[in-house]
Design a protein around this ligand. Structure first.
Ligand code: AMP
Ligand code: MG
Length: 411
């Protein structure tokens, strides 16, 4: 047992030397979800000119200071300004100019009277309420000053950030691109979905699962497989794929069996270390490089493969994407049912997070065997049970990786 590598050490090994991929320039519409690789400054202020926040009348406050329902003030209307027009003619004292939301406030005007406070006239306007100085005028620069940094490098480009980038005129931005991930499943027993498995055969679910998981994490992913347990074939596929991606993921063939091809081929090539990690599920792991390309070799049991992806590969993909926060958020939840946990290993138990009487609870999913895809598919959390715990009690507080939350709050 002493030779098992702690989970945190293997996370560090998988992440070793990983840095955000070199920045590329993308159209704003293609940058959503990616991480900004430059500080973006405003080339002009926002708003960029004084403009009206209401449909109404540009006036001089002094002209309408006494306006009230019982003593309305009537002014001649000297024209209209719509959004998109310029406002070159100054407002003359004793007159009003009809103005629309977003239109530039004419020089000289110091308030806008909303149309609701008037009779809405076009020749003359009768005003029944006096505006405060500056009322309903959005001032140039009150949101953003020229030259200020509006979005900093490292920010995730959400819809709200897209609004800011577009508003300051950025049609394209520097971002860290999506890592290209290739998923290779291995095993003589595997057939593709859509083919009825013969006796002893199983459907290759891992390569589909890992491709989906890599895409969910933000990568572009390509699925190769299933590759048979044949050294020469696997070596050829690895060489081909290494030339066209940033990360290779393999599934299967890394334990102690006689046909553990991934381990056999990569041990011969060198560059990959195979270790046993103190975790359940997912003990056999490997990571390193093949032909200079990063590779993480995941175990074949579907639950082990998924948990290993979550614990080791998702943080790697997010680091390459440039995320500051590479981990999913963890929550504290009350365990609803006792279950055993192996000594000396961190258990990642599949749980369903929910609320009961206003408390966050974690319901362990039926079978915890590493082949139990049913429980995995129903789970929305992974409870992290530390190595020293051998029995989780009902009512005990668990730390749970929230599989429905993409990121924490620091990015
Ligand atoms: P291995 O690590 O190759 O010995 O595989 C361990 C277990 O996982 C075996 O029961 C395999 O049949 C199963 N397995 C391996 N690869 C896959 C896959 N791509 N999809 C589903 N199950 C798999
Ligand atoms: Mg196998």
């Amino acid at each position: 047992m002493t030779s098992l590598r702690p989970v945190a050490d293997h996370v560090a090994a998988v992440l070793a030397g990983a840095a955000p991929l070199p920045a590329v320039r993308l159209e704003l519409t293609d940058a959503e979800g990616l991480v900004l690789a430059e500080d973006v400054t405003a080339a002009w202020p926002l708003p960029s000119f004084d403009n009206s926040s209401m449909d109404g009348y540009a006036v001089l406050v002094a002209d309408v200071a006494d306006a009230a329902v019982e003593s309305p003030v009537t002014l001649p209307v000297r024209g209209d300004i719509a959004a998109g027009q310029s406002a070159d003619d100054p407002l003359l004292a004793g007159t009003a100019i009809r103005i629309m939301t977003g239109a530039p406030v004419p020089p000289g005007a110091d308030a806008v009277v909303p149309v609701e406070w008037t009779d809405g006239g076009t020749e003359t306007v009768t005003i029944t309420l006096a505006p405060d100085p500056g009322a309903h005028i959005r001032r140039a620069g009150e949101d953003v000053d020229t030259g200020s940094i509006v979005v900093t490098a490292g920010t995730v480009i959400t819809a709200r950030v897209v609004a800011m980038l577009a508003a300051v005129g950025r049609g394209s931005v520097l971002v860290h691109p999506r890592p290209r991930v290739t998923v290779i499943s291995t095993g003589d027993e595997l057939v593709d979905p859509g083919t009825d498995p013969g006796f002893g055969q199983i459907v290759d679910s891992n390569s589909y699962m890992l491709t989906a998981a890599a895409r969910e994490a933000g990568a572009t992913a390509r699925r190769v497989g299933p590759v048979p347990d044949d050294d020469a074939t696997l070596a050829r596929v690895l060489a081909e794929e290494a030339a066209r991606c940033d990360v290779i993921l393999t599934s299967g063939g890394v334990s102690m069996g006689a046909y553990d091809t991934v381990k056999a081929v990569l041990s011969d090539l060198g560059g990959v270390e195979f270790v046993k990690v103190a975790m359940q599920p997912g003990m056999p792991q490997g990571c390193g490089t093949v032909d200079g390309t990063r590779i993480v070799t995941l175990p074949g049991n579907p639950v082990s493969s998924y948990v290993s992806f979550e614990v080791f590969v998702r943080p790697l993909i997010r680091r390459l994407l440039g995320h500051v926060d590479i981990d999913r958020p963890r929550v504290h939840a009350i365990c609803t049912r006792a279950f055993p946990s192996p000594a000396h290993k961190t258990q990642f138990a599949r749980v369903r997070l929910g609320t009961r009487d206003g408390l966050l609870v974690a319901e362990p999913e039926g079978g915890q065997g590493s082949h139990i895809i049913g429980g995995l598919s129903r789970a929305n959390g992974l409870a992290i049970v530390p190595p020293e715990t051998t029995e989780v009690q009902e009512g005990q507080e668990l730390v749970v990786i929230d599989l429905l939350a993409a990121e924490g709050r620091s990015s």
